[in-house]
Each structure stands twice: as C-alpha cells, then as structure tokens.
Design a protein around this ligand. Structure first.
Ligand code: ZN
Length: 324
C-alpha cells in the first residue's frame, strides 16, 4: 500500500543556527532524547531515503521544523522562509518521487508571503504551506493575514497548521509554578502545543475564515489536537445564533479541516477521531524525526478498520487533496 506522510520535518543548517537554535541546544542537553534530531533534520538525502525505504514510506511531504519563521522579525522571516524553501526545493528536485513540500511563509508581511507561496507552488511544485501557529501572538482569524488564506484557496493548496509554544502571557498564567524544565515541556509537547493549536483552529472558524474562503482546507496533526473530541460540545454551545456563522462549528471541522495521525499511535483516541470526523478527513503521518516511521506504519496496519479505509488514510485522501 502506498504510504504518504505529511507532518515530516527538515531544517537547513542556516536555520538551525538562527531561528532553530533551541533545537540545537536541546540536542546538546544530555537529559533530552533529541541528540540525533539536528542531523536528521538537515539530511534530505540518501540516509533519510534509506530510512523511508526500511519503513515502507513512499513519499514525505516536508515542512520546516517548528518554530519555523513565525517568531522572527519581518525582514529575517522573509529571508529565512526563502532560504529554507530553496533548501527544500533542491531536495525535491533530487528526489521528486520521494519528497514534496509545504512552504514556509513570512506571514508578518502578507504581500511577500503570497508571492512566496505562489513561487513555491508554481515554480517548485510545493503542495501547500506550513504555518507554525501564532505569528508573534497574532492568529489567522486576524484579517491582516487573509490575503495569504485567499491565495491558498485560489491555488487550491492546503495549509498545515503546526503547533508552537503559546504566547508568553499564556505560558505564565497556565504553565508556570513548576520547575523551569517541567513548565517548558508542559507548555509545549506535554499539553500547551496541542491546546494552543486547537484554540487557533477555533479562532479561524469563529473569525469567519471559512465563510469567506469556503474552499480553504487546513490540516492539523496529532489526531486532531483534541478538536474531534470537543466538536459535539462546540455544536451544542457555540450555535450559529451566537457565532453568526453560516454553519455549525462541527461542519467546518468536518468540511474544512483534515486530521493527521502524526506519530500519535494511540488506538482509542484514533477511534474517537474516526467516529467524529470520518475516514475521508484523516491522513497518515509520522512526525519524523520525532516520531518513528516504522512504529507509525505498524500502528496503521494494526488498526481495526477495513483495508479500504486504511488505503484512504494511507494515501488516497492526500492524493486527492494535493494531487499527488
Ligand atoms: Zn511536528
């Protein structure tokens, strides 16, 4: 069965020395399990392809490692998006059947972000964009960013919304009061990243983005960042009389949002997502190099669903959405 994965990361050496310094620092800390991460992120060659072959992964759609360029100052963000997109474009040129790309965009300058998205899609064959959460504490419901959303809809490409650390005030209020190490992990992969991303999607819906751009498609990882679990509650409480939206919140969650597994190989949470959003909205992913390709594949194979549903999740939804 063809396996396409969508939340798979890379970094350029230059990015690791600038916006991605924290990734390097974490790898150097003997208390973390991230020693090999920087080397794996910059490798877009034989070694990565060999690992894909060993696990049976056919195609990785790659995106810049979090926190991407979203927290950089404007001019730096423009330059870094361009540099990392070029690094990725070279790899796609070298392995056109094995790698695809989501573009990094300097959203703080929407006009330039639109140009970069068009360039990445039209000149380099990228299949969408990857946005790492809030842009210096502004979210995509803010109409300042809507030219980029309009461009994505017009190009027919999805936006992958990847987690990032919540704004400083949120970290202070929600996650402080523990050891610095525990606060850091709790505010990021232990909880904060995922809730932050879910809130971002809810803001996008409530801000009327999908009423304005009805064909726009957003992808979120990690079994839906809690959104499928909460959709009935939101339907009940955030009703259209209150929201002034055209449709109930759950309809946007099932018609404008896709969900990937991205290395969260948790059966009961997967089953909940499947029953809430349906098989046509779910896509397979590993979150490499943080998640294991072979373990994720074993998870997909071991699910108690039909072979035809596995094929829909493994490749057919991605093929349709991104014309792969
Ligand atoms: Zn990720």
């Amino acid at each position: 069965m063809r396996l396409i994965t969508l939340e798979e990361h890379f970094a350029s050496p230059n990015w690791l020395d600038t916006a991605g310094r924290e990734t390097k620092e974490l790898a150097a800390n003997p208390n973390t399990p991230y020693h090999e991460i920087p080397a794996k992120l910059v490798d877009l060659g034989k070694q990565r392809v060999a690992e894909m072959d060993a696990a049976g992964i056919d195609l990785q759609i790659l995106s810049l490692n979090a926190p991407g360029v979203e927290q950089l100052d404007e001019a730096e963000a423009v330059a870094s998006a361009r540099e990392t997109n070029e690094y990725l474009a070279e790899a796609i040129k070298a392995y056109p059947t094995r790698f695809g790309g989501f573009a990094a965009l300097a959203l703080a300058r929407p006009t330039e972000a639109v140009k970069e998205l068009e360039r990445a899609v039209n000149d380099h064959g990228f299949v969408g964009a990857n946005i790492n959460g809030h842009i210096q504490e502004r979210y995509l419901d803010n109409q300042f960013f809507w030219p980029v959303l309009e461009a994505a809809e017009a190009l027919g490409v999805p936006i992958y919304l990847h987690p990032t650390q919540p704004p400083k005030a949120v970290v202070e209020a929600y996650y402080s009061g523990f050891s610095p190490e525990l606060t850091s992990i709790l505010s990021k992969p232990g909880w904060g990243w995922h809730i932050e991303t879910a809130v971002h999607v809810i803001r996008i819906i409530l801000g009327g983005v999908f009423d304005r751009f009805p064909k726009l498609q957003i992808i979120v990882g990690h079994l839906g960042e809690g959104l499928p679990f909460m959709q009935e509650r939101m339907n009940a409480v955030l009703n259209p009389r209150l929201t002034k939206l055209k449709r109930p919140v759950g309809e946007y969650l099932r018609e404008n949002v896709y969900y990937t597994t991205s290395g969260w190989n948790y059966k009961s949470s997967f089953q909940n997502m499947l029953s809430e959003v349906g098989v046509d909205r779910i896509m397979f992913s590993c979150d490499y190099p943080y998640g294991s390709m072979s373990k994720s594949k074993a998870f997909l194979e071991g699910l108690s669903i039909s072979e035809s549903d596995k094929a829909i999740i493994a490749h057919q939804n991605a093929e349709k959405l991104m014309k792969l």
